[in-house]
Every structure is written in structure tokens, then in C-alpha cells.
Design a protein around this ligand. Structure first.
Ligand code: HEC
Ligand code: HEC
Length: 224
């Protein structure tokens, strides 16, 4: 808000034309779409000629978005007022760099380890839950855990345990935990988690089958 007043003053004293209400409304929309304030892009005093790199990107994005809308209209054969509109928020969803949550977490696991990814998930959840920026649904961590289970069971276990914290009734997460423990040759813990999954979804044939398989393997190998 302070910045807006500042801009108005600056434009009043240096340039005869005030920014139009239309421009101001579209600036508000842009800022909201990216979840940033005005000075994220307007970093230099007006007329100073200093570089404003984010503003340059935004200018290109505005052109790109206009082009996308034209292409959407051509592709669908709908005139502008009928075609659903691509806007900044369509991609950005309230964040400046619109990455999907699984990509963010997988990159963190790769670069900094699973503990950092767990902390990051908690932080993002605190900041963004209930908004459209990221999908904090049951399947996000579940899918990452399932992908990691075969090769990096310890990482998978950390991710899946986190998911059961947010989704204590996620039978599929307990089943995936069970699978991850078999990859660590800890079949006792694996059976515990499969049983837990079955308590939640007693009719789940896939989980029943997994538990049966593990039990019969134990009977055959004589460890039980
Ligand atoms: C994502 C980057 C971005 C954000 C955030 C943003 N702007 Fe802009 N703004 C631009 C771009 C790009 C232009 C157009 C520059 C051009 O085409 O010459 C512009 C133009 C303007 C202009 C016309 C004068 C000028 O600098 O070209 C004003 C005034 C302005 N913005 C005010 C605001 C206000 C107030 C906010 C916050 C509500 C805001 N802007 C948020 C990128 C941004
Ligand atoms: C089709 C999808 C799409 C649309 C629509 C879109 N953007 Fe982007 N934008 C991206 C992607 C993807 C990135 C991130 C690229 C990267 O740095 O990895 C990005 C990055 C940016 C950045 C740089 C952010 C930073 O911190 O580096 C700005 C500023 C930006 N967009 C502004 C806009 C504005 C303003 C609009 C609407 C006029 C818009 N974008 C519409 C996809 C889009």
C-alpha cells in the first residue's frame, strides 16, 4: 500500500499521466497471481533507468499470456468472451516460481536429503495449506514414498511416516510402509504396518494379498 501511494506521488510529480485504474487493477491481479507485492518487480525508483529483472520477465510473461489466449481461442474456435482465459494465476497459483510440490520435494531429497524435505513439507504446509499453490492431498507424499520404496527404503519410510501424520487413516501409506520395510528385510515391522493398513481397510484385497504372501513366505522359510 505504501508503495502504491509512493508510485502515485512519483507519477504525479514526474509524469503528467496518472496510472489508469485499469492498469492498477491489472497490477493488483498480477501481484496476487504470483503471491508477491509490487516491489517484487518494481525494484528501482521510477525513471532511474536501473535494471528491474523481474519486471522484464513479467513483461515477457504478459506477452506470452496474451499469445496463449489467442492460441486457445484459435484451437477451440471460441471467440474471446467465450473461451476460458489463461491468466498469470493459471500457472502461478499464488507463487512466483510455479513448481509442483512433488518436484520441489524430490529436488530437495536429491540435493539435501530426506530430513530437509520433511522440514520443507511442514513449512510449505504451514504457509500454503488451504490455498491453490500446492496439492497437499494424501497422494502427493504417498506417490513419492512409493517411488522411493524399492531403492531408498529409508527415505521412503520418512516420507510415508510424514504422510500418516497428516493422514492417519491412509491405509495405502501404511501398506507402502510395509513394503518399504520388506526392502530393509525387516518383515516383522512390515507385517505390523500391513496389519495396521488392514485395520483401516479390512476389505482391501491387495493389502490382504500382500500380508498373506509375507506370512506364507515366513512359514516356508521356517522363520515363524
Ligand atoms: C510480476 C511483476 C509486477 C508486479 C508484482 C507489479 N508490477 Fe507493475 N508493472 C509490471 C510490468 C511488467 C509493467 C509494464 C511495464 C511496461 O510494459 O513497460 C508494470 C507497469 C506498472 C506501472 C506503469 C509504470 C511503469 O512502471 O511501467 C505502474 C504504475 C505499476 N506497474 C504499478 C504497480 C503496482 C502498484 C503494483 C502492486 C499492486 C505492481 N505494479 C505490481 C510488473 C509488475
Ligand atoms: C503458461 C504458464 C505461465 C503463465 C500463464 C505465466 N507464467 Fe510466469 N512463469 C512461469 C514459469 C514456469 C515460471 C518459472 C520459470 C523458472 O524460473 O523456473 C515463471 C516465472 C515468472 C516470473 C519470474 C519469477 C522469479 O522469481 O524468478 C515472473 C516475474 C512471472 N513469471 C510473471 C508472470 C506474469 C506477470 C504472468 C501473467 C501475465 C505470468 N507470469 C504468466 C509460467 C507461467
Amino acid at each position: 500500500m505504501k508503495f502504491l501511494v509512493f508510485l502515485m506521488l512519483v507519477s504525479a510529480s514526474f509524469a503528467p499521466a496518472q496510472p489508469t485504474p485499469d492498469l492498477m487493477a491489472s497490477m493488483q491481479t498480477i501481484a496476487q497471481g504470483l503471491g508477491v507485492s509490487c516491489d517484487y518487480c518494481h525494484t528501482a525508483p521510477r525513471g532511474s533507468g536501473q535494471p528491474e529483472p523481474k519486471k522484464d520477465i513479467a513483461r515477457a510473461m504478459i506477452a506470452m499470456t496474451r499469445e496463449l489466449n489467442q492460441r486457445v481461442q484459435t484451437a477451440t474456435g471460441k471467440p474471446a468472451p467465450e473461451a476460458a482465459k489463461v491468466e498469470c494465476v493459471t500457472c502461478h497459483r499464488g507463487v512466483a516460481i510455479p513448481r509442483q510440490l512433488p518436484d520441489i520435494l524430490k529436488a530437495t531429497i536429491r540435493e539435501k536429503g530426506v530430513a530437509a524435505a520433511v522440514a520443507q513439507y511442514r513449512e510449505l504446509h504451514k504457509q500454503y495449506y488451504g490455498r491453490q499453490a500446492y496439492d497437499f492431498g494424501e497422494d502427493t507424499l504417498l506417490a513419492i514414498g512409493q517411488q522411493l520404496a524399492a531403492v531408498k527404503p529409508d527415505d521412503a519410510i520418512a516420507i510415508l511416516a510424514l504422510n500418516t501424520e497428516f493422514y492417519p487413516q491412509s491405509a495405502r501409506s501404511y501398506a507402502a510402509l510395509g513394503y518399504a520395510y520388506t526392502r530393509k528385510f525387516d518383515d516383522d515391522t512390515a507385517m505390523k504396518y500391513l496389519q495396521k493398513a488392514l485395520e483401516i481397510e479390512p476389505e482391501n484385497g491387495v493389502i490382504q494379498g500382500q500380508l498373506e504372501q509375507l506370512k506364507s513366505y515366513h512359514r516356508k522359510s521356517g522363520t515363524r
